[in-house]
Design a protein around this ligand. Structure first.
Ligand SMILES: Nc1ncnc2c1ncn2[C@@H]1O[C@H](COP(=O)(O)OP(=O)(O)OP(=O)(O)O)[C@@H](O)[C@H]1O
Ligand SMILES: CC(=O)N[C@H]1[C@@H]2OC[C@@H](O2)[C@@H](O)[C@@H]1O[C@H](C)C(=O)O
Length: 349
């Protein structure tokens, strides 16, 4: 999995039939070199040397697979499938377009393992949002936990899965996750992340900007709904331009938190607990503000034994197994699909 924050590749080993999680193996995150991150950022929107970047991205994934197998002490022949999300460079479901770069044939040939890719295309072609896809995996992991429950992912973009008592789902993107804050940190400190939320913690939230941020029509749209990495960039930039580095970071973190709080109004039933995965759970400025704002327990998923860094990578292994088993990936309540839909393309090694 290469997520919208452009931080690197996450890989994980999972034993699954696509319905149950039978075992979890090791996982690994390999950060992109700054130079490759720049090249990847430059093709967002589907412009520039996409084919070259796609090839290199695929070869980087192949190397990460190799390292994961070494770590696990497994030969390629011991692995049934690779679920290869690729990297989203464009996502406009209202135009029935979504584009994840990643060459499934090349990854299969390089690793010697069958590959499933293109998880979002069929859903979008059928009028769904094409995202989020992870909710079915959240539900599989949450079997046995008290519900209703919300699982929040704070990656580049934020997304939530509401899981009801009977396993019913509602899922959608909440708003920005860390991407705006990362871009702000890079521009103002030269570092790609506001590490441990230190910059945000040292600033003051511009409450008027937060109120103006929430006036964006996305928050009134009935879910399911999804976002591209930079859908809020112009709206947010107009509200924080001119603020100091610290106040801008504090205010952008507050945008993330306010978006999550705004999401809960769509839940069919209130939840008593939020479990948070993704890199944003490491930002204390965000986690503290979420607890204050949601007024219920907000905890990292690690507290229930899940791996909050590997979860998305695990999800694409689970989804690949679903493709192989002919099970649906998306549902009316997760992407707005017209009916439960399959998807994915398989490349044999
Ligand atoms: N110690 C930390 N302090 C602050 N922020 C952190 C820390 N560690 C990670 N992050 C944030 O988490 C981000 C990475 O999160 P993650 O790996 O979940 O994103 P992703 O998988 O790329 O995104 P998506 O879920 O949108 O696909 C970083 O870009 C950074 O903003
Ligand atoms: C189009 C796309 O790549 N969307 C990502 C992005 O990053 C977070 C959020 O927006 C989520 O909807 C999705 O990723 C996760 C893995 C998902 O599909 O569940």
């Amino acid at each position: 999995m290469s997520g919208t924050s452009l931080d690197g590749v996450d890989a994980a080993l999972v034993e699954t039939d696509g319905e149950r999680v039978l075992g979890l193996g090791p996982s690994l995150t390999v950060p992109y070199e700054p130079g490759f991150r720049q090249r990847l950022r430059a093709v967002l929107g589907g412009v520039g040397p996409v084919a070259e970047v796609e090839r290199d991205l695929t070869l980087i994934h192949a190397e990460v697979v190799r390292c994961l197998l070494v770590q696990a002490g497994l030969a390629p022949s011991a692995v049934g499938l690779i679920g290869f999300h690729g990297h989203t460079i464009l996502h406009r479901p209202e135009e029935r377009r979504t584009w994840q770069i990643g060459d499934g044939a090349l990854l299969a040939a390089t690793t010697g393992i069958d590959v499933v890719c293109d998880f979002r295309a069929n859903d979008v072609a059928e009028g769904g949002q094409g995202a989020p896809l992870v909710p079915v995996y959240h539900r599989a992991l949450a079997a046995g936990l008290d519900a209703p429950l919300a699982v929040l992912n704070l990656g580049g973009v934020g997304n939530v899965t509401w899981i009801g008592r009977d396993g019913g789902l509602l899922a959608f993107d909440t708003g920005p996750g860390n991407a705006l804050l990362d871009d702000w940190a890079l521009a103002h400190t030269g570092q790609p992340v506001d590490l441990d939320g230190r910059l945000a913690d040292s600033g003051r939230v511009d409450q008027a900007a937060v109120a103006a941020f929430l006036a964006h029509p996305y928050f009134d749209r009935v879910p399911p709904k999804s976002l591209d990495r930079d859908d809020f960039q112009a709206h947010a930039a107009a509200l924080v331009t001119g603020l100091s580095a610290a106040d801008g970071a504090a205010t952008l973190a507050a945008f993330t938190v306010a978006s999550v709080a705004a999401a809960s109004r769509w839940f069919p039933e209130p939840v008593a607990r939020w479990l948070v995965c993704g890199g944003g759970r490491r930002n204390p400025a965000i986690m503290r503000a979420l607890t204050e704002s949601l007024a219920v327990a907000v905890e990292p998923v690690d507290i229930v034994g899940w791996d909050g860094d590997a979860l998305e990578a695990q999800a694409f292994a689970f989804l690949a197994a679903r493709v192989k088993a002919g099970l649906p990936l998306t549902f009316p309540q997760t992407t707005g699909a017209p009916r439960p839909l399959g998807g994915g393309r398989v490349f044999r090694a």
